[in-house]
Design a protein around this ligand. Structure first.
Ligand code: NAD
Length: 261
């Protein structure tokens, strides 16, 4: 028996980066894990790696902005593994630009992936978690930008703040059904999403890639270190396996001291 033996987890955006490491950690702890992503080639590779190391995993095609796709994906997971106990809403993209130049289509894309995605995946997972009040845990991957602002990231900062509200309402409504909700808020993590931003931010800010890393990304951390995918995976694992509802509706900053509260 391990911590999550018998549990079923859905991790969105787990074909890459943070989600991939979260999926690996939950599987290692004994959960059956659905690798839900737009990128099916990547999702299948992650699922195959988990299965090859003795875990249980399934790649599921899911576009978190599309209600039909989300419901079909969740139903597929429940049909394969019996139910859904843990949802990690993690899928994301980034578009950087100043507000005056930010395309409305990009704004809507960001709100759709983060807020519509969080809402749609939550609603579909609750169908299973509320069944006979069996309960579960919903973890939103937010950001330090769920708490602080950043120039050039208006849409993302607004969406990341919005996730706190959704998690807190779910903590209130879900309690009667044994459902808990949290937001995990990473600092900068070296993933494909971040690597793409370094030259984009350098161009917008008129500085070098090295300065973006040292000043913008790590300047306010306590130890000058990037947050790692493992830092986030271990936090999600802790919250997924916490034994009571003493912890619900919380936001956990995992940022090497970049933001303290
Ligand atoms: P990543 O680019 O490595 O992975 C994101 C994944 O989301 C990809 O596999 C992509 O295919 C998937 N995805 C995108 N749109 C989707 C959609 N509509 N439906 C389903 N899947 C979709 O990025 P990452 O850095 O691992 O980011 C994961 C999450 O962590 C994001 O929500 C991001 O905002 C957040 N985050 C990242 C950092 C960082 O520094 N990397 C910091 C704070 C928060």
């Amino acid at each position: 028996m391990t911590l999550l033996t018998g549990k079923v987890a859905v991790v969105t955006g787990s074909a890459s980066g943070i989600g991939k490491e979260v999926a690996r950690a939950l599987a290692k702890a004994g959960a059956a894990v659905a690798i839900a992503d737009l990128n099916m080639t990547g999702a299948k590779a992650v699922a195959a790696e988990i299965v090859a190391t003795g875990g249980t995993a399934l790649a599921v095609a899911m576009n978190v902005t599309d209600e039909r796709s989300v419901i079909d994906g969740m139903d597929r997971v429940a049909a394969a593994f019996g139910s859904i106990d843990i949802l990690v809403s993690n899928a994301g993209v980034q578009v950087v630009n100043s507000i005056d130049c930010y395309a409305f289509s990009d704004w809507k894309k960001i709100q759709s992936i983060y807020l519509d995605g969080a809402f749609l995946t939550t609603k579909a997972a609750l169908t299973y978690m509320y069944e006979r009040d069996r309960g579960g845990v919903v973890i939103y991957v937010g950001s330090v930008y769920s708490h602080v602002a950043s120039p050039l990231k208006s849409a993302y900062v607004a969406a990341a703040h919005g996730m706190l509200g959704l998690a807190r309402v779910l903590a209130q409504e879900g309690a009667a059904h044994n459902v808990r909700a949290h937001v995990v808020c990473p600092g900068f993590v070296r993933t494909p999403l971040l690597e793409k931003q370094i030259p984009e931010l350098a161009r917008e800010l008129g500085t070098s890639d090295e300065d973006v890393v040292k000043q913008v990304m790590l300047g306010d951390t306590a130890d000058g270190e990037f947050t790692t995918v493992d830092d986030i995976a271990q936090t999600v694992l802790f919250l997924s396996s916490f034994p009571s509802a003493a912890l619900t509706g919380q936001s956990f900053l995992v940022s090497h001291g970049w933001h303290m509260q």
